[in-house]
Design a protein around this ligand. Sequence first.
Ligand code: NAD
Ligand code: DAU
Length: 349
Amino acid sequence: MKKTIFITGGAGFIGSHVVRLFVEKYPDYKIINLDALTYAGNLENLKDIQGKPNYIFEHADINDAAKINSLFTQYQPDGVIHLAAESHVDRSITDPNAFIQTNVMGTANLLNAAKHLWGKNAEGKRFYHVSTDEVYGSLGETGFFLETTPYDPQSPYSASKAASDHLVRAYGNTYEMPFVITNCSNNYGPNHFPEKLIPLFINNIKTNKPLPVYGDGKYTRDWLFVKDHARAIDTVFHNGRNGETYNIGGFNEWQNIELVKLLCDKMDEKLGRPAGTSQGLISYIKDRPGHDRRYAIDANKINKELGWYPSVTFEEGLSLTIDWYMENDAWLSNVTSGAYQKYYQEQYK
Ligand code: NAD
Ligand code: DAU
């Protein structure tokens, strides 16, 4: 069956893996990548699929309602997979308004455009909202986030994502818009912007810079290889039930400091440095304000209902990721020049 699908934020980290998967797996679909190319968006991430006949890039800001409406009229999409967002918690602490604007208002613009195009006759259409486990807040030492866990966002980023989740459900309920939402745990893998823990630390180990661990380092995250997230999105987009939420996670919890030590040891091996060298770069610094202690996803619903399970072990995924950053110096130096230097100075001064 032919479909026209808008993927927003397709030039970013997760979006680029989703775009590639859809373009390669569904040659009959028309995949339109809508991206504003902020600091986090990079068409280099997609250069291997640039010339494919079923792929189109549209330089568009989801905050520009008129432009979004005209793209919906022009392409008449059957589905939207919405990933475009401001995504970094630390930046949301210094500049919350950018997050409220893009994550809340930008999502509302897409919902309005879809509502206008599909109306009540929306059978076969689907608005897929890609969200985060951070909307559930922070866990203690035990327990897991379920789809029924009450929302309790703690950062401007997670509050803006929670607001957008609520809007999507409200449009589904009020205007009969078919939708699905997924809430995923921390992703890692190639093309991850080096402001987030794993790519930042890989880059710093490579260049012998301090590894800035926040607080006591005993914060816990559940890590999932990005291509497994893209596979989950494909599964839910095609087979998820309308109006449902699915949690996606890696069944893979790590305390930050343990993960950092593992990364150091693997990098020492790959760089041919004496064992223990990179751990010497670890530097505990002031904590992130309002830092969520632990995230852990119960991903049994998507597993039982749709048969999805992570396919890449952490061992394999981390090794692939490190190799990618070792082999892509040009990508790294491109994204760490200019504005990145200023961001880094201000964040870690
Ligand atoms: P990212 O920051 O790497 O990429 C975001 C993309 O959105 C970029 O290409 C950027 O140019 C684009 N964008 C930003 N503002 C835009 C705007 N106003 N109009 C159009 N495009 C815009 O983010 P990511 O890590 O790939 O995350 C993608 C989505 O997945 C986000 O919605 C995020 O909340 C969600 N998510 C991320 C993770 C994670 O671990 N990274 C986990 C769960 C959910
Ligand atoms: O859980 C899903 C979320 O994961 C996504 O919704 C977000 O978009 C994504 O950025 C990520 O949020 P986190 O805040 O968990 O990711 P980050 O890589 O920023 O931080 C991971 C952990 O590492 C967290 O406990 C903070 C810590 N950290 C991070 C940085 C950047 C440090 O100790 N030092 C650092 O320099």
